[in-house]
Structures are given as C-alpha cells and as structure tokens.
Write a protein that binds this ligand. Structure first.
Ligand code: BGC
Length: 268
C-alpha cells in the first residue's frame, strides 16, 4: 500500500470554463459530479481565484484535508505563471501558487494544463501502462504539450510555440486556427502533418496522444496524418485536466524538481 492520499481535488482552469471534481487518484474515478463555472470575462487573477473558491465550496463532500491540484494554461515555474499566450497578461510573472494558497487558505499544487492532461492520459487513459517517451498534445485555443518519460513528467514543454514557416505554429495548427481559417478536416490535417512531423524529427517519441475537445472527432482527421510515430486519440476527454491535477497533487515527486536538475549550491 502506498502512503500517499487517495482522494484529492482536481481543478482545471481553461479560457472558457473552470472545472473541478473530487478524484480517486488510484483508480482515476470521479467521486463527485464535475462542477463547471464559466471563466470570468478577461480571466484576471483575482476573478479566477474567486471562481475557484466558489467551485471548492460546491465540492463540499471532499475530505477537509484532501490535497488540491490546480492546472492553468501557462508555463508554471516554481509556482509562478511565466507566460500568457491565451490568457490575461496580468498572469505573467505572478506568484500564482502562493496567491491561490493565501486566498484559499490551503496548500495547493499548481501545474500547466497540458502537463496535467498528459499525466492523466499516461496514468489512466490512452497511454496507461506504457513506458518510453510520450508526448501529449492538446488542440484547442492554443496547442498544449506535455512530455512524459517512463511515467515522469518533464514540466512546461511549450512545443505548441515551435517556429515553423517563420511563425509560432500554434497559430496555424490549433483547433482555433481551424475555426478561424474555416479549414476543412483535410486542410487542417495537412497543417497537423507538418506539425507532428517536425516534432517527431526533433524528439523521436514512442507515442503521440492527441487531446483537446476536438479529439472526440479524431476519425475525421487522425487517419489523414501519416507519420512514423503512433498517434492516438486521448481517452479521458474533458476529465483529463481534473484527473491529472488531482494526481499530481498527491504525487509531487513525479514533477522534476529544479533542485534535482541543477543541484543545491555547494557551500564555500
Ligand atoms: C500555452 C501553454 C498551454 C497551451 C494550452 C499555449 O498557448 O503557451 O502553456 O498549455 O496553450 O492551453
């Protein structure tokens, strides 16, 4: 038996909705209804934190000491939000984790949204039980990515912003780009073909997982993409972020700690 808690709360902050539920982090089951509240207009930090607080009130059946994991669509380094590609610029450089903790009066684990979704797909979904180098991609307003190697998450891969044809490629290949440019499935798949080919040539993964809301229509576009690496649809759909955030809250060791990478400073 592991000594990590089994029940945790997962909260997934997105551009349009903030979703949360109580999770059994051993089985990946939701132990409550999934609560969804619209993301406040403008997505400013204080408003988002207030919304998360309301959501937690609604998850009243959670044990009082249940760990809380929250994911957010930006780079999260040492608890700070460091980017804001598709959210209010007010998040850039903010000590977001601390701000949530001060307001909620609880410890939280704060992570990137694609990292949470990717970790969940490896624990409970499309890549359950698989080792090797797995890259999760979420096709939505932007492109979120997660790198998981033998079950360990290497946080903050921002491969949606890879430069192809002289520009940030999430602007061309995200689902929002498909909608904006009114692309057919075939034309969008051609852009995805360029994208996944570039990624596989740079990183040589064993598996790509394709997530985001549009992945429920995977039959329309995945068969049109021809690359060497297996490319499979995500299976956890709307719950991936919640499940991953909750699981990371009870497994903080799977997040590579920066001190392990650079070592503690040597005393003089
Ligand atoms: C952001 C990522 C985020 C992704 C999906 C990108 O624009 O840079 O941090 O994971 O969108 O929300």
């Amino acid at each position: 038996m592991s000594d990590t808690p089994t029940i945790a709360i997962g909260i997934d902050i997105g551009g349009t909705g903030i979703k949360g539920a109580i999770v059994n982090t051993e089985t990946g089951e939701l132990l409550s209804d999934r609560i969804k509240i619209a993301t406040p207009e403008g997505g400013k930090p204080k408003d988002v934190i207030d919304t998360v607080e309301q959501l937690l009130i609604q998850l009243k059946d959670a044990p009082k000491d249940a760990p809380i994991g929250i994911d957010f669509p930006a780079v999260v380094q040492q608890g700070r939000t460091m980017s804001a590609a598709n959210v209010s610029k007010k998040w850039i450089g903010l000590e977001a984790e601390k701000l949530f903790e001060d307001n909620l009066k609880r410890d939280i684990t704060f992570v990137n949204d694609a990292d949470a979704a990717g970790y969940a797909e490896v624990r409970f979904g499309a890549a359950k039980g698989k080792n090797g180098l797995i890259i999760m991609t979420t096709l939505g307003t932007g492109i979120g990515t997660a790198i998981i190697y033998n079950g360990v998450l290497i946080p903050n891969a921002e491969l949606g912003h890879i430069q192809i044809e002289g520009g940030d490629y999430e602007k061309k290949a995200s689902y929002a780009a498909k909608e904006r440019d009114e692309l057919s499935w075939t034309h969008w798949a051609a852009r995805l073909q360029t994208y996944y080919s570039e990624l596989e040539n740079l990183l040589w993964p064993d598996l790509f997982i394709v997530g985001g809301g549009v992945s429920k229509s995977y039959e329309e576009f995945l068969p049109k993409i021809s690359i060497r690496t297996p490319l499979v649809p995500a299976t956890l759909r709307n719950n991936a972020g919640i499940l991953g955030a909750a699981s990371l809250a009870v497994q903080p060791k799977v997040l590579v700690n920066v001190n392990q990478l650079v070592g503690e400073p040597t005393p003089k």
